[in-house]
Design a protein around this ligand. Structure first.
Ligand code: NDP
Length: 476
């Protein structure tokens, strides 16, 4: 047994992670259900490092140094369970099974508990960055035990992306914490993409800019506070012309966005852990809505405003305002994501360093951005920060951006440009900072029809009013 780690599942992700380990000097055992994949990896990339190919599970396991580190990179769900069931009987107590697939964190909790009973460590690990990240350095979010991390962490840190010499990998927390955090990463990614798409729509339809001009605007934004991978690739996409028609590429792509499901998981789970994430939810719903072509066709004849979107706009001014609205909405979406992680950490007993989460997302993953360094600083200054919006720097920036933000949402509404992300983020900002919310009226309504009771602002206790009787109040 000579291999420091084994990877089973050699589709794009597993293959590139195996190569990444090998390129970093580790001997890697490689296995795939269909052996042709293993053979092609060795044929094409065997020269890159030290690989031990195995066709039979027993040979694969035998190739691993102890404690064995066995990484599963197969299709999430049933296939992961099938592979666990196949390999675990071949392992010994103290061995470490790593699942780097996009597992639901509840599955990871279940698998971790089951393997723990057999003395085997199960490390559910979020891996972000797609196929390129897997090869050149992803952002890695391992859960599982501290003990398992001690034996595995240094290797994962080595193959992860690095920013300012720091690895984009840290032990997130026990059992499903890593996959949970990866899920929220994807939810934030949905929100970020939606906000960027809204900004593009406004620049095009309200500021009258062409895709090529918008590409230049995004390139400029990418040198400021919005500097990020997603802004960078958006500029490239907008500058691209379709080879066949000569039209802007963005105009020849069908406008029905798809989703693989992690955004939906984020929203479903947010409801379960009682974390309000409207920025992420609006992004998930916006994709869903775009795909409902039958609803859109049925509604196309509905009346819109008489005044065109661009009317009366100072376009240059609007461009600057959209930049500020985008940044403010982005702060809000990220704040919601972090609050969701905080809520789950409390519920599931995870000891998550919120600043470290920002640190490991600065490189390797899809939402990588300089901005994450600011989030890290915010939590370094106050690890118990109730919301990122309360951080001194972010609250000042929101204050500076808010007039522009309101103007942009107003322009969007008047010009019939749907901006659910911008609008929901602004509503969240205003709701959080409100002295009084109309939730008081909702409590009264609930008491009226369902005797659900209410609290008073001026006295302790739980009260109910006899709405159908003499309207006297009872202290419950
Ligand atoms: P796929 O999700 O397409 O899965 C294909 C791999 O799973 C193949 O190796 C296949 O083996 C194996 N597999 C499927 N069913 C079984 C089974 N019942 N038993 C054994 N092996 C099985 O591969 P990807 O590389 O795209 O992704 C791997 C994992 O990484 C997934 O969980 C994915 O969600 C996650 N991920 C993917 C990212 C991406 O950008 N693609 C990013 C981050 C995570 P065979 O060759 O024999 O069919």
């Amino acid at each position: 047994s000579t291999a420091s780690i084994g990877v089973t599942g050699l589709a794009v992700m597993g293959r590139n992670l195996a190569r990444n380990f090998a390129r970093n000097g580790y001997t890697v055992a490689v296995h795939n259900r269909t052996p042709a994949r293993t053979r092609s990896l060795i044929e094409e990339f065997g020269h890159e490092g030290s690989f031990v190919p195995a066709e039979k599970p027993a040979d694969f396991v035998a190739a691993l140094e102890r404690p064995r580190r066995l990484m599963i990179m197969v299709k999430a769900g049933g296939p992961t369970d099938a592979v666990i069931d196949e390999f675990v009987p071949l392992l010994d107590p103290g061995d470490i099974v790593i699942d780097g697939g996009n597992a639901h964190f509840e599955d990871t909790r279940r698998r971790e508990a089951a393997l723990r009973e057999q003395g085997i460590h199960f490390v559910g690990t979020g891996v972000s960055g797609g196929e390129e990240g897997a090869l050149h350095g992803p952002s890695i979010m391992p859960g599982g035990s501290v003990e398992a991390y001690a034996a595995l962490g240094p290797m994962l840190e080595k193959i992860s992306a690095h920013v300012d010499g720091e690895p984009c990998c840290t032990h997130i927390g026990s059992d499903g914490a890593g996959h949970f955090v990866k899920m929220v990463h994807n939810g934030i990614e949905y929100a970020d993409m939606q906000l960027i798409a809204e900004a593009y729509d406004l620049l095009r339809r309200a500021a009258g800019r062409t895709p090529a001009q918008i590409a230049d605007i995004f390139r400029r934004w990418n040198t400021g506070v919005l500097d990020s991978y997603l802004i960078e690739i958006t500029a490239e996409i907008l500058a691209h012309t379709d080879g066949e028609t000569g039209k802007p590429f963005v105009d020849i792509v069908a406008d029905a966005a798809e989703q693989k499901g992690t955004g939906r998981w984020t929203v479903q789970t947010a409801l379960d852990v009682a974390a309000p994430v409207p920025g992420i939810a609006e992004a998930v719903f916006a994709r869903s809505l775009s795909g409902h072509t039958e609803l859109r066709a049925a509604a196309r004849q509905l009346t819109g405003p008489q005044v065109p979107a661009a009317a009366g706009q100072d376009a240059d001014r609007l461009v600057d305002q959209v930049e500020q609205a985008l940044y403010a909405s982005k702060i809000v979406s990220y704040a919601q994501g972090w609050n969701m992680i905080q809520a789950a950490a409390e519920q599931f007993g995870w000891d998550i360093d919120l600043g470290a989460v920002a640190k490991i997302w600065r490189g390797g993953c899809i939402i990588r951005a300089g901005f994450l360094g600011e989030i890290r600083s915010a939590y370094a200054a106050d690890p118990a920060l109730p919301t990122l919006l309360a951080d001194e720097r972010f609250s000042r920036q929101l204050g500076e951006a808010q007039d522009a933000w309101r103007a942009v949402v107003t322009t969007a509404v008047q010009g019939s440009i749907p901006t659910p992300g911008f609008s929901a983020s602004l509503a969240y900002y205003d709701a959080l900072r409100a002295d009084r919310l109309p939730a008081a009226l909702i409590q009264a309504q609930r008491d009226f029809f369902g005797a659900h009771t209410y609290q008073r602002v001026d006295r302790e206790g739980t009260f109910h009013t006899e709405w159908s009787g003499d309207r006297s109040e009872t202290l419950m």
